[in-house]
Design a protein around this ligand. Structure first.
Ligand code: COI
Length: 356
């Protein structure tokens, strides 16, 4: 069944400069909204982007029962919008929902909502390489109740933002040695708001010391690398590519998964295993540490030019990286349609009939 659409009377698009798109500050014209009431999802609607009215006792505001996703739409030369790994994002959102005691969103409704929204706001997709329409689906508890229990009602929302690069230059990382992001049995694998809230104070301290981001370490010995919070992390050492294995404490990055597939297909050895600070420092001492880069939907592939493990600093010349730039251009090539999609990761958005 087609999704009911209330279109804007007049688009804000003419006031937007596609050559100046700070990440996450500009929203397109429409949003999708669907409520979960009485144990089931009600009919969703697309409407002009607008504020919510929130009760002071809203459960999310107090206990953080909230999850989100981030994916991107690009546009082909012929004007067709393209989605990247839509099925994986739906799967991960519903895995986060399960961990946070929230209802799954039926995959067909999720996909139709995204396709309809992107189709409707297709003119908001920036055509330039490195830019995209960032799609933000999220769900939050809407019960009005002061008490710790899962909500009985929820709101599922999708809105979109034309964006440029998340990081505009190589990033510097400070390895955590005091604060932790996630521990075994926690919610590190879920894309839930609290993981990001918990990272703010350590990130502020890292910024004060001159670093862009915290590189999270294991919570017991601060010995094994986890992730960066905005991205998963890869190290190239003596020609082999290493990334921490998925052990429940790190996000199951979809770009991480794409990177692993692309590299294996290109003949690289990719090792997913616990990765210790000593391994990195030793490779650096031996001259074998060649590249460090992060992967994420927002970050795409972002090069790392400095890592501090306490007083020990590793400087890297990202100008000399080979694998990171190759991956970045590979993923951008898939998004712009100039590279063959041999993995079947892209999905062309159909022009849908609108129920207005
Ligand atoms: C994404 O990469 O889409 C994320 O959700 C990370 C966030 C820091 C923007």
């Amino acid at each position: 069944m087609a999704i009911k659409v209330h279109q804007v009377k007049s688009s804000r698009l003419s006031g937007i400069d596609f050559n100046n798109l700070p990440f996450g500050k500009i929203c397109s014209d429409h949003m999708f909204e669907m409520n979960y009431i009485d144990g089931k999802w009600q009919e969703g609607e697309i409407r002009p982007l607008q504020n919510f009215s929130i009760h002071p006792a809203n459960l999310t505001l107090h206990y953080g029962q909230s999850i989100f996703e981030g994916m991107k739409a690009s546009i082909l030369k012929d004007g067709t919008p393209l989605l990247f790994r839509l099925d994986k994002h739906v799967e991960r959102m519903n895995a986060s929902a399960e961990r946070m005691c929230m209802p799954a969103v039926p995959g067909d409704i999720f996909c139709e909502a995204i396709e309809t929204l992107v189709d409707l706001d297709r003119d908001w997709i920036p055509p330039t390489n490195g830019s995209a329409l960032y799609i933000r689906p999220y769900m939050f508890a809407t019960d009005e109740f002061i008490g710790v229990r899962p909500s009985e009602t929820y709101k599922f929302v999708i809105f979109t933002c034309p964006v440029g690069p998340y990081y505009t230059k190589p990033v510097s990382l400070l390895a955590a040695d005091k604060y932790v992001r996630a521990t075994n049995g926690g919610v590190g694998e879920a894309k839930t708001a609290g993981n990001y809230a918990a990272s703010l104070y350590p990130a502020k301290e890292a910024k004060e010391k001159g670093y862009d981001q915290v590189m999270w370490m294991d919570p017991f010995e601060f010995k094994y690398i986890q992730e960066v919070g905005t991205m998963n992390i890869f190290f190239v050492m003596a020609g082999k590519v290493y990334t921490p294995n998925l052990n429940g404490t790190i996000l199951k990055g979809i770009t991480r998964d794409s990177v692993i597939h692309i590299l294996k297909d290109e003949g690289y050895e990719v090792i997913e295993a616990p990765l210790s600070k000593e391994q990195i420092l030793e490779a650096h001492r031996n001259g074998e540490l060649q590249e460090v880069f992060g992967s994420g939907t927002a970050a795409v592939i972002s090069h790392v030019n400095k890592i501090a493990f306490g007083e020990t600093i590793i400087n890297l010349n990202s100008e000399e990286f080979k694998i990171g730039p190759f991956l970045k251009s590979y993923i951008e090539g898939l998004r712009s349609g100039v590279r063959e999609d041999k993995f079947n990761w892209t999905h062309k958005v159909r022009t849908l009939e609108l129920a207005v």
